[in-house]
Design a binder for this molecule. Structure first.
Ligand code: HMG
Length: 447
């Protein structure tokens, strides 16, 4: 990340998710004619968060921001920037942050955020990472500059489509400041961008158009490109792998965008496969699964790509891969397995997974691999701060247990916007009351 040479980064994280969820393995799997094992193992999702009638991306953002402020005893005057990454916009012109500030001012008083600037960034699932780059540059400039990045989204695909079991909803709010207690960001970053039709949502559509298998390949290509770009930027900087080791060896945690946890396994296989070439450990891998396919051995690019992905599936079953994956990557998928895809927040849900399960230890190095369809990827890195132990836990695992399971019928009604009332009346949260005749949205704090 192109940072000034100050110690700046993520000081705290607050997570908000709906109280309703759908289990993928019960009625849902039966109704869709799917084996539960496919969803739990083949996709990696056991439960998906489902927004109630009174929830949208703005209420989730406001709820996450309120929690972040209360956890850190911050007042509105302390926060100079609220940048929101989302592709679940509630208006074509008005910035979501103005609705969010309107909600927060119901608690803190009208006008209390008047000196705070807010902007909404859209770039599919990578938007919050671009927001983080921006806000951390500003926060690094001056002592006392405190900003918030909020990633908020509802991942919604058509009923009965293959995307349906990769839905989810939630918001993550990141507190960004100097001398952060969680992650100090490095200055280095790598980028990759290409025009793609892997996943998009034309104006007016409520569900995304997705070319599923193609989207997986775009993710892999973009992350590979951004990782190579990161390596060029980081060489001689914070990451200097000694002879015989790989850049990924330098990281204790490799966090990735998590559209569904199995995607992270595909991406890790692709990354390690590429990175381990020529190292001693690769001899042992080759002895088990044979040499890497070469493009010249196949009649065309499609055949070569198919052979490469089959090879990576075999690589993912080697003890060398399983060891590296379980240590560096898998722990960050904990919450996504029970919340689903929250689009731009999912990378940061991975950070919350590590924090809540006690995996983040002072001095460890983290790589962040962010991806957004369309498509763009960014790779950046950071170090876990010495003060990590001062950041209180959030009780997220307990909150997951306290959610209510939806029946398939109620889930489908909510999905289609066909419920006239909330499944659970809002309480202790911001809620959408409705839209007026002009289309302006009205929100309130529900006691
Ligand atoms: P699918 O048709 O379910 O895929 O679509 P599949 O049939 O290949 O099954 C997936 C895996 O389950 C396979 O594993 C099967 O073998 C396995 P593999 O062969 O690849 O190793 N499987 C089983 N495993 C265990 N037990 C069984 C069993 N049966 C099968 N009984 C797809 C999957 C992800 C394509 C679909 O759900 C989809 O289109 N999702 C939405 C798009 C998406 O998430 N794409 C990810 C990359 S793009 C991205 O990340 C950006 C995004 O977040 C948006 C943004 O940027 O804003 C989406």
């Amino acid at each position: 990340m192109s940072q000034p040479p100050n110690d700046v980064g993520i000081d705290d994280v607050a997570v908000h998710f709906p109280r309703l969820y759908l289990s993928t393995t019960g009625q849902f799997a039966a109704a869709r004619g799917l084996e539960p094992a496919k969803l739990v193992r083949g996709i990696g999702v056991e439960q998906m968060a489902v927004p109630d009638r009174h929830e949208d991306a703005a209420t989730m953002a406001a709820n996450a921001l309120l929690e972040l402020m209360q956890r850190n005893r911050l007042g509105p005057g302390d926060i100079g920037r609220i940048y929101i990454g989302t592709e679940s916009s509630v208006d074509e012109a008005k910035a979501m942050g103005t609705y969010v500030i309107g909600m927060l001012e119901r608690i803190y008083g009208r006008g209390s955020f008047s000196e705070c600037s807010t902007v909404e960034l859209k770039s599919a699932c990578i938007a919050a990472s671009y927001a983080l780059e921006n806000v951390s540059l500003w926060a690094g400039n001056k002592e006392g500059n405190i900003g918030v990045v909020i990633a908020t989204d509802i991942a919604r695909y058509s009923l009965n489509s293959p995307g349906e079991y990769t839905q989810g909803a939630g918001a993550v709010a990141l507190l960004v400041k100097r001398q952060p207690r969680m992650i100090s960001l490095d200055q280095e970053a790598g980028f990759f961008t290409r025009d793609e039709n892997d996943f998009f949502r034309p104006l007016g559509m409520k569900t995304a158009v997705v070319n599923g298998k193609h989207s997986n390949q775009c993710y892999l290509d973009a992350v590979e490109g951004a990782f190579a770009s990161y390596c060029r930027s980081a060489r001689g900087g914070p990451i200097c792998p000694p002879h015989g080791s790989a850049v990924t060896d330098a990281f204790d945690h490799i966090l990735m965008h998590i559209p569904y946890p199995r995607m992270v396994e595909y991406a890790a296989a692709s990354l390690f496969c590429q990175e381990w070439q020529g190292l001693d450990r690769w001899n042992s891998v080759e002895a088990q699964i044979g040499p890497l396919p070469r493009p010249g051995d196949f009649p065309g690019p499609a055949e070569y790509q198919e052979a490469s992905s089959q090879y990576q599936r075999r690589f993912a079953r080697t003890p060398e891969f399983i060891r590296a994956f379980s240590a560096k990557v898998e722990p960050s998928t904990l919450l996504s397995r029970r919340i689903g895809n929250i689009y731009t927040g999912s990378l940061y849900l991975g950070l919350a997974s590590l924090a809540e399960s006690g995996h983040l230890l002072a001095g460890q190095r983290c790589a962040f691999l962010s991806y957004g369809s369309g498509c763009s990827a960014m790779v950046f890195s950071g170090r876990v701060s010495r003060q990590i132990g001062d950041v209180p836990l959030r009780g997220l695992l307990k909150r997951l247990q306290e959610r209510s399971e939806l029946s398939l019928t109620d889930y489908e009604l909510l999905h289609e916007g066909a419920r006239s009332e909330s499944a659970i009346p809002p309480s202790g949260e911001f809620a959408l009351l409705g839209e007026d005749e002009q289309g302006y949205r009205h929100y309130d704090w529900a006691k």
